[in-house]
Design a protein around this ligand. Structure first.
Ligand SMILES: Nc1ncnc2c1ncn2[C@@H]1O[C@H](COP(=O)(O)OP(=O)(O)OP(=O)(O)O)[C@@H](O)[C@H]1O
Ligand code: SF4
Ligand SMILES: [Mg+2]
Length: 308
């Protein structure tokens, strides 16, 4: 059985981690639904154990296409840097390739999906635990306290689908253990497919940029539901591209009706748009100015100390 078939990380049926959900051998839709139910119950039961430490370790940034996931990832990374935190950023989007630019790096990291046998053992993706210093050039790009890895990009027609990359992402998220004062940020693919496949399963926090659109809010509600199903209890919306108080109030009210807690607001900023358009990075000072309050709120909520 391929490792990725097991949502709870068992290497084979019947091993220590197997919860006997039978998903790996389910052949009908009914059997799959039954297995999924067992997994959800297990996740909910073990949620307290898995999240007993309220510290933030692994944050998945998820939401509607174009809502600002990559921008929020870059702004948070820069703001956290100013607050004394390193970030290990996983670019899990198989289509868009510009995150390294937003982070002010001089080029993209080589995708992890292209790791070859030379110098790297074949079982690399199954290393456990993994720490950020396991990643070496050219598979990681470093800038200040920020490190970026990319799972992989679909570059050619008929290249295949993104599922394999999602599996790599899931394994890395599962096995990564952050170093002291390091936070893992995962810039996710748009939509909820990743939740359907449980890629976020071992993240402790989901941040959802919500732009002023009905679709974006509706998706935030869906993500909250999906994250709950994976046993992730800290789900926070970040209002993004907000133009005025009226929009902010409306979005806050709509989110509270869906029981989605909100962390803060990023206004619609010309400088952000221009920098993104030109493929220019955000300096960490700019990130702190723009998203410092947000980053502090997040750390305060988790009772994590910071520099400023
Ligand atoms: N606070 C903001 N102010 C102004 N423009 C913004 C802001 N946040 C994001 N944008 C703009 O919105 C667009 C989408 O942003 P971004 O690429 O970060 O979204 P995304 O959710 O990562 O998109 P995708 O789903 O394609 O990965 C960009 O053109 C960006 O400049
Ligand atoms: S029975 Fe379930 S938990 Fe066990 S290996 Fe199969 S999928 Fe994983
Ligand atoms: Mg993006």
């Amino acid at each position: 059985m391929g490792l990725f078939h097991c949502p709870v990380g068992a290497v084979m049926k019947g091993d220590e981690e197997c919860i006997n959900c039978e998903l790996c051998s389910a052949s009908t839709k009914e059997e799959r639904i039954r297995s999924t139910q067992i997994i959800r119950e297990w996740l909910q039961e073990t949620e307290k154990e898995r999240n007993k430490n309220i510290t933030i370790f692994k944050i998945a940034i998820c939401g509607k296409g174009g809502s600002g996931k990559s921008t929020l990832t870059a702004l948070l990374a820069g703001a956290l840097e100013q607050l004394g935190y390193a970030t290990f950023i996983i670019d899990s989007d198989s289509s868009n390739g510009g995150l390294w630019k937003k982070l002010g790096m001089d080029g993209p990291p080589k995708p992890l999906s292209q790791i070859d046998e030379k110098g790297v053992d074949g079982d690399w993706f199954n290393r456990s635990p993994m720490i950020s210093t396991n990643f070496v050039e050219p598979y990681v790009k470093n800038q200040g306290l920020k490190s970026l890895v990319s799972i992989g990009k679909i570059e050619d027609p008929l290249e295949g689908d993104a599922r394999e990359m999602g599996d790599y992402a899931k394994e890395i998220i599962r096995h990564m253990v952050p170093l002291d004062k390091e936070i893992i940020l995962v810039d996710q693919e748009a939509g909820v497919e990743s939740f359907g496949r449980g890629i976020e399963i071992l993240c402790d926090t989901v941040l959802i940029p919500v732009e002023p659109s009905d679709e974006s809010m509706e998706l935030a509600g869906k993500i909250k539901y999906m994250a709950g199903g994976l046993g992730i209890c800290r789900v926070r919306a970040v209002l993004n591209k907000v133009e005025d108080e009226e929009q902010e109030e409306y979005l806050q009210e709509a989110l509270s009706q869906m029981d989605v807690r909100f962390l803060g607001t990023l206004s619609n900023q010309k400088e952000v748009r221009l920098r993104n358009m030109r493929g220019q990075g955000f300096s960490s000072e700019f990130c702190y100015e723009t998203a410092g309050t947000l980053a502090r709120m997040m750390l305060d909520e988790a009772q994590m100390k910071y520099k400023k």
